[in-house]
Structure formats: structure tokens, C-alpha cells
Design a protein around this ligand. Sequence first.
Ligand code: 1CP
Length: 329
Amino acid sequence: MSPPPFWLMRQAGRYLPEYRALRERAGSFLDMCFTPDLAVEVTLQPLRRFDMDAAILFSDILVVPHSLGQEVRFVEGEGPRLAPFGFSPAPRWEPESFDAALAAVYAAVARLRAELPPHKSLIGFAGAPWTVACYMVQGHGDGIFSAAKRFAFSDPGGFDQLIAILTTATTHYLSRQAENGADVVQLFDSWAGLLPEPYFTRWVTGPAAEIFSGLRARFPRLGLLGFPRQAGRLVPAYAAATGADGVGLDAQFPVTAAREILPPTVALQGDLDPALLCAGGVALDDAVRRLLDAASGRPFVFNLAHGVMKETPPAHVARLAEILRRGAA
Ligand code: 1CP
């Protein structure tokens, strides 16, 4: 059996000493994202060590609200902080100022495609409208976003307008990444699992379907990955409605369930718990072998159920790469 392609969400970042060294010299996190030399270097760091099959652009989902004019800061040890946001009127969509703010990201994508060997995929990405709106409304992450949900449920029509602007901006942003050389794009809906029906369909599935159909029409060869995190039983409807080429999976809808339910044309991506990678040892080896067995015979991209934890020893990632390269034996 040939080994599946692999990459890891947050494969660049804090768990790598070379990332921490560069981050110290770089100044702010956003300076890193908006300096092509640094973004390119950080993107390539994990591939040098572990030879993943794909590089994912080093950036953040919150560059989109930043480029729509909302102040975004990354506070050391605390995560992102966004300025209080006025909703009436909703932010205006101005492609010229948006592109001017993101020119450095587009330049990093073009440089990466030029520097990567042709057999390595370049993955671009954006946050999905719901997840980005959670941060825009609430101003920070807390994993439950009850303030953002209260806002959305008490004025769903107003929230629709914000989602509509983000859907337009995200389609545009991912189109620019494709024009500059991204082979695949992933839409991260990290907080999709927080929405009950019918809001899941309205603010998760609907916008993803619109973004993907816009991209598909312009870039028929672009790979489209959706990651409606923790969406559980709603994942099959999401996959069907969005036409994603692949979906990111986690413990709420694991590969073992997805292979029985999703059509064989949809690639499965996931679903190793990041804490298993962090723990290493026999638990990691066993989990990887079980996952490879579960995915056998399906189009499959090996990945985690969420991002690499910052405490993860790089040696455990090296071990994972070794098991994958050797195949399931
Ligand atoms: O100072 C630092 O080094 C900050 C840590 C960090 C890093 C390394 C942040 C702040 N963002 C990133 C990079 C990043 N973010 C990537 C890089 C590419 C990669 O190697 O995978 C990607 C894809 C993201 C996407 C992202 N940012 C998501 C979606 C995926 C996920 O993890 O759920 C989300 C929700 C964010 C917001 C964000 N940015 C940073 C933090 C700490 C957070 C989470 C905030 C929270 O809710 O607490």
C-alpha cells in the first residue's frame, strides 16, 4: 500500500525552535504574516525537517478582518484581540483597499509556489465566515463564543449581512491565492460545531457552498478542502452541499464513520487527536496504524483533528513521518 499524502494543521509554529527564534526577531505576529521573506521561511521550516507532502501558507484567519479595517492585535500568551466592532452599518466591501492590505500575503504565495518543488502542494487558506465572524463580534476567542452567538441569534438579519460580506471577501481572497499559485485551499470553520440547525445550514454550509462554487467556476483544477470542525452528523450534508473535494474530520465524525457514509469521491482528511501526537510513544504508533487501516481503500490525506499543540516534541512529528513513509506495515 502506498503511503497517504500528509500535512498537519499548524505544522509551522510554536512547537518548532526555529519558529520561536524567528518569531523573537520578527516583532509582532502580524509583521511575520505581512513580511513575505518571513512568511515564506516559516512556511518551509516544517518541510525541511519532516518533508510533508504539502506546505500550508503561514498566515492567520484574522488577516481578513484586519484587511476589512478592524483593528487586530495578537497579545503574547493571550491570543488575538480585535477592536470592538460597529455593526450598523456593516463593514463595506472595498476590493482595492482589501487587496492593498493583503498584497504581502499574495507575494508570499507566489514566492512559495516558485520555491517549492513541483511535487509539493501549496495549500492556501482562509477562515470560514462563521468562524471569522465569531472573532469579529466577540473580539477574542474563548472556545464557546456565547457572546457572538447571542448577537447572531438576536439579529439574524443583521448577522446575515456580516456573513455576506465575509463570503464575498473570502471568495476574493482565496481567488487571489489561487491566481498566485495555491494548488489547494482549505476553509477553516473551527467553530462550526457550536451552531445548531437551522443556523448551521445558514451560516456554515451556505457560505461554504457559495465560496466553493465561485472558486470552482474560475479555477476548475483548484483543490477544495472544507473543515467544519466538530460538526459531527452534519458533516455529510456539508460535504454534499459544498461539493468539497475533501473534508477535515475529527472525533465527532471520525474516518471510521465517514468511510461508511461519505461518497467515495470525497477525500477524507484527518483525524489523529493532536494530544496523541504530543504524547508520542506506543499510543501514537497504535493510533496511526489504526487510522491507516480505517482509511485504506479511500482517497485519504493524513492529518490531525486540529492543530499541532505547541508542547509537541518535534521528535514525535519525526516519528509520525517515519511511520507514514514506511506505510502501514
Ligand atoms: O505568536 C504566535 O506564534 C501565535 C500562534 C499562532 C500561529 C502559529 C496564531 C495566533 N496563528 C498562527 C498561524 C496559523 N493560524 C496558521 C498557519 C499555518 C499552519 O501551519 O497551519 C493557520 C492555518 C491558522 C488558522 C487559525 N487562526 C485558525 C483556524 C484553525 C484552528 O486552529 O482552529 C484560528 C481559529 C485562528 C485564530 C488564532 N490565531 C492565533 C491563535 C492563538 C488563534 C486562536 C485563538 C483562540 O480562539 O483562542
